[in-house]
Design a protein around this ligand. Structure first.
Ligand code: NAI
Length: 272
């Protein structure tokens, strides 16, 4: 049952996951429900997929009266970000965890020398500007919640889903790599700024994960994985990433901030 505390703020932890209608975001929302979070699921456009995902998230929770909501918002748009947070406030009254998951790959892989300004702007808007300013607004709200003292035992956190592309150079999708490298720096910046505010900030760096995003390059990665791209020779799953977020969400890394968690089958290891 949903038990409000004396201030009217629920005593249950709440997560906001961007891009939660499918793929990694959907799995993150499911794993968070499993560890008893209520979840606000943001999605870009596909309401049907978001509704289906919210049913799966609800089913994953063993908690009676788990609260799951969906909210359409383009995280690249300032007014949409504001509305997303307003709705989260109205429906849940508090926020413990922000997961910056929403992201896009370039519509077409293009050699660096032919890359377009349009694709660059689009990728940077969604993958970096959106999370940068959503995190800013969320951080202000989390600080407000902490200083109000209304929520006992409040240990908020922020997680961003970057990619091995934050450091591995792919000249046929430079815009994606630059956006993820920026998101990686964003994690360090907010970690440094928010430590004194009691907010820990983490980066999860997935490797090759089987989702709609990678469906178009499946054969290429099948071959690369077979040939030893990562020491663990398999595709990653959305659940692999979801579990890493759940570990953070359950407070398993209290003395770590700005930390990078590689969920990549060991791809990052240099080998000789
Ligand atoms: P996906 O394409 O299956 O899902 C992305 C989600 O983000 C979708 O729900 C989509 O609607 C949402 N989204 C896109 N633009 C949005 C916007 N402007 N506002 C709100 N939501 C928006 O992709 P996948 O694979 O689940 O990726 C999730 C995150 O993980 C992305 O940030 C991606 O860059 C990252 N990632 C994925 C890897 C993979 O191999 N699939 C590897 C490394 C990182």
């Amino acid at each position: 049952m949903d038990v409000p505390n004396t201030s009217g703020t629920s005593d249950r932890k709440v997560a906001l996951v961007t891009g939660a209608s499918r793929g990694i975001g959907r799995a993150i929302a499911i794993e968070l429900a499993r560890v008893n979070y209520d979840v606000m699921m943001n999605y870009a456009a596909n309401r049907e997929a978001a509704d289906e995902a919210s049913v799966a998230v609800r089913a994953a929770s063993t908690r009676e009266g788990v609260r799951v909501a969906t909210c359409q918002a383009n995280i690249a748009e300032a007014s949409d970000r504001e509305e997303l947070l307003q709705k989260t406030r109205q429906q849940f009254g508090r926020l413990d965890l922000l997961v910056n998951n929403a992201g896009i790959a370039p519509e077409k892989r293009t050699d660096l020398l032919d890359a377009t300004v349009e694709s660059f702007d689009q990728l940077l808007d969604v993958n970096l500007k959106g999370p940068y300013f959503l995190t800013q607004a969320v951080a202000r709200w989390m600080i407000e919640q902490r200083t109000s003292g209304e929520i006992g035992d409040y240990h908020p956190a922020i997680v961003s889903i970057t990619s091995v592309s934050a450091y591995a150079a792919s000249p046929e999708r430079g815009d994606y790599c630059v956006s993820k490298a920026g998101l990686s720096m964003m994690t360090k910046l907010y970690a440094a700024r928010l430590a004194n505010e009691g907010i820990n900030v983490y980066e999860i760096r997935p490797g090759v994960i089987a989702t709609d995003m990678t469906a178009g390059v499946k054969e290429k990665y099948d071959r690369l994985i077979d040939a030893g791209l990562s020491p663990i020779k398999r595709w990653g799953t959305p659940e692999d990433v979801g579990r890493a977020v759940a570990a953070i969400a359950t407070g398993m890394f209290p003395f770590s901030t700005g930390e990078v968690i590689n969920v990549d089958g060991g791809f990052h290891l240099r080998r000789l």
